[in-house]
Structures are given as structure tokens and as C-alpha cells.
Design a protein around this ligand. Sequence first.
Ligand code: SER
Length: 589
Amino acid sequence: MKSNELREKYLEFFRQKGHTILQSASIFPENDPTVLFTTAGMHPLQPYFKGQPHPSGKRLTNSQKCIRTGDIEEVGDPTHLTFFEMLGNWSLGDYFKEDAIKWSLEFLTDPKWLGIDVDRLSVTVFAGDDEVPQDTESYEIWKSLGIPEARIYLLPREDNWWGLATGPCGPDTEMFFDTGKVPCSKTCRPGCHCGKYFEIWNDVFMSYNKLADGSFGKLAQHNVDTGMGIERTIAVLNGATTIHEIDTIQPINERIKRFAKINTEPTEEQRKSINIIADHIRSATFILGDDKGVSPSNLGQGYVLRRFIRGIIRQGNLLNIKQRFLPTLAEIVMSLYSDIYPELERNKNFIMINLTQEENKFSTTLKRGLKRLGKILDETGTLTGQDAFLLFTSFGFPLEMTLEIANEKNITIDTQAFQKEFTHHKDLSRKATSGTFKSGLSDHTEKTTRLHTATHLLQQALREVLGDHVEQKGSNITPERTRFDFTHSEKLLPAEIEKVEQLVNKKIKEGLAVKSEILTPKEAKASGALGFFEDKYQTNVSVYSIGSFSKEICTGPHVKNTKEIGTFTIQKQKNIGTGLMRIRAKIEP
Ligand code: SER
């Protein structure tokens, strides 16, 4: 089976079960400044597990582009990838365990769908602990569906609980495919990493809410969040021994081999380099090819992207690839995925320009940097934090790359000094990222929500005072302030600022009702709603109106009445680029 077929079958199966098929959300989380990338299909759905109505209904499904960098050091081995696609189906306060489990089993085993032999499936269920009782319901459901008890494993929280750092979470039940290998030991069971069992699907029953202090509250509704990694499932279904043999990776590998003039079976070292390059070019292409794509930089998402790209160039160097090769590989990634993720094609120029520039830049310093590193090692036999930093600042070596090279050479590193520099860099990166999450709300607290509604008023007030050329280009809202970026070519005059402020405050005082409705993107546009973001690619959108003053496509949350907002003040304005202005504003009770 090929990846496209699995994706199509999955979405079709859940469409038939009443789910709306959504486009993948951005690879950059919208309203979550705590992480750099979308790590699961449920990531963008968090507010809806808490009860906010989703414009496309209570049953959703999609194929989500995800990046997980937690195991980036392992990439190159047979099982790890940083970029992957996750198939998922969700119930937002609709069906629960019974249907979720029944449908999972039907999709996996019915010959019309995947047709996996049921005897090759084992499942795990949450065993319970002091805080949350055992999930006996799921256990009984599996049993009633014919899974023998010997293949239903009760496992603790480390194995069978899922959620992000905070927010919606709950016990899960995981489905494992048995490769038929001999068990590695008497205790070998699903979750063991010997290669006998492969997890292919995870059904999470989200009815808990993890709070910032680590305690658990109950959500007002029962939700289902499931996730099936396409790459892993395809590998398993095709009996592949490594994830790198699948149809969406193999063509990239072949091209790398041609670049490296490898005509025979690659050595283990070569294979590792090929795997890393193929993985990283997939991630880099998807990061650049997102509608909110970032360029390589030294902070946050841009730094991770730079790390991917520079990692590819170094591995290419190890494989003796002499010419520039990144854009060619990116084209292969695009040709494999553009049908499913049309944004890749839309952003092709951005992908190509950035890859070319970064490759040109780093290819020239890589060799000099390697020479310098060799010299330092010859002279001192070790690397200090300062050395690593010199390689970073003068030759563009990501710190992790220096660490990797040292590890490969079995060099003892002055880890403490290195770590100090490294932590410092990571802190900077984190700070910068939390300050620059691209758009949206840092949280859903009352204060942020009030500022969010005020930001809608601000956009409309700016349009009335300055003209209809004003369009939102981004917003960034925390409990302290809102930051609103918009198209306008010069700073506002003091009189204009005053007018905007007065207009916003007037609308607040008028006590306008805030209402939302669900429309198709076409209807939303025809109704005059503003909306300049990717929502237009979804089947339905929610539109928020504030009296008859403002109308915008938006996912919320908002206050119910403008009276709740408080007094609005513009604090600062700044020209942030050609034709782009930024306003910072606050509210007071
Ligand atoms: N969120 C769960 C996971 O990532 C299920 O989708 O495994």
C-alpha cells in the first residue's frame, strides 16, 4: 500500500462516519507559544475540546503535517523522522470510547479498508493510578469486539496517557501491529522497542484538563483525539524493515545516491547520512512551504530550520556531494506532496530562494569551519564552550552540529562550559520565540480574550480612520497587550491615533453584542467579513460580528459584549517593514 492510498482511505472511512475533512493546519501552532511546531493533529483543536464550537462541526478528520524534534539526534536510525503526517479523527463532545474503538478496529481489519489480520493486533489500555481510575470501559469494549484478553495490556501512565504540557488530555488506548518477530524476552510487550511490536494508532479519550500547576480538572465534554502516523503505518503494512524505505522517502534517497555517485549498496555510514538528508529536506521544505513560512535564522523556528538545512549540507559533504543539491531534493518533496498540501506549490519561490541562499552561505563556511575545528582539536584535544560559540558565530555551525561532530570523533568535550553557552542560547531562543509567535493568542485567559475583541475593534477603527487599505498582517496578544500588524505605509499622526482610540472606546461604551455564526468562506466574504488568513481553505469558517461595526473570520474566543473590555489605549507604533505598521495597545479596567 502507498501513502496516498492510506491517506485517502482513512479520510474516506471517517467521512462515511459523518466527519468533515479539514485541510492540515499550519505547521506553526497558532495560539500556543510554548512549542515551535505543530506536533499532532489535535494541536490546533485544543480550544474545541474545551467546548468552543468548531465551525466544521463535532466530527472532524484530517491529515496533519507535523514536526517533532525531540528525537532529532536519533534521526538516521531505522525508525526516527522529524517530519511526519498524522492522520486523525476527532469527536468534540460527540461520540466517545465505544464508537472510537469500534471504528478503529473496523478500519484496521475490514478487507474493504486496511484488511490487517486481527490476530496481528495487540492493544494497550490505561491501568489507572492514584489520580485517574483504570480505563475498564475501553478494556471491556476491546474484549467485546473479540480481542483476546491475552492481547489487551494494561499499562501505566507513561505508556497510556496523552496530552500536551497543559490542557486537554486523558487516558489512551494504543493499537500495535505484531511483526511476527520472536519476542526479545519474557517481558516483551507492546511498547517494547525490540522491533516486534509497532504502534500504529492511538485513541485518546480527552475528558481531563491539565492545569499549569500540574493538577487535573475535568473538561465539560468528552472528546476523542486519535492519531495514526502515515510513515510508520505504511512501513509496517509493507513489511519494510526501516521507515526510510517507504514510497514518500525512497525517491529522495535515490536522488541523494545519484548526487553522491553511490551505485552499490551504501555502507552503514552512508546510509545514515542519506537518511538524515532525506528526513531534514522533508522538514525544511514543509517549514518553508507553509503559508506562514519562516526563513532560516538564529532563533526559534528559524534556528531549527537552519539546523535542518546545515545538517543536510554537512551530511552531503560527508557523502562527497560536490554540487548544490538542496533545491533539487526539495522539488522531489514537493512533487510527492503538492496535491495534498497545495501550499507547497504556492510557496515554491520562497522555498527555492531560501534553500539556495542558505546553501550558498553555509557551503562556503562549512569547509573553513571544519578545518578550524580540526585545528582546535589537534591543538587542545577538546572543545570548550567558547570554541563552540566561535564556530557558531564565525562559521555558522549550529551548536548541536559541533556537539555531533565531537561525539562522532569521540572527543571529550568541556560539557559544562559548552552547556552554559548552549543553555544561554536556548533561553534566548525561547524568549525570542515566545515574543514572536506568529499570530494569535498566547492563552485564553479573560484578559487576553478582552484584548482579542479589542483588536477586532482596532482593525475596524483603523480602516475607518485611515482607509480600507488597512489589512491585518498578524497579531500577537498576551494578557498584557495586543500587538497588531497591518498594511499602511507611514506612521499615524497624533490626531489619527487619537481618533482611532476614541472610536474603539466609543464602541466599547456602546455595549455592542459579539456574535458568531458559521458560514462557508464564500458566504463569509459576501457578507463583508474580513479575513486574510488560511481559514479560507476550510469548508466552513466562523465569523465574529461586533454589533454592525466589525465582522471578521476568526476562531475566537471573544467577550460577549464590548462593555466587558475596559478602556483601550494605544501605547506605541512602529514601522516594521515596507508598507507595514505595528501598533501596541493595552486595556485597563
Ligand atoms: N494526540 C495523540 C498522539 O499524538 C493522538 O492523536 O498520539
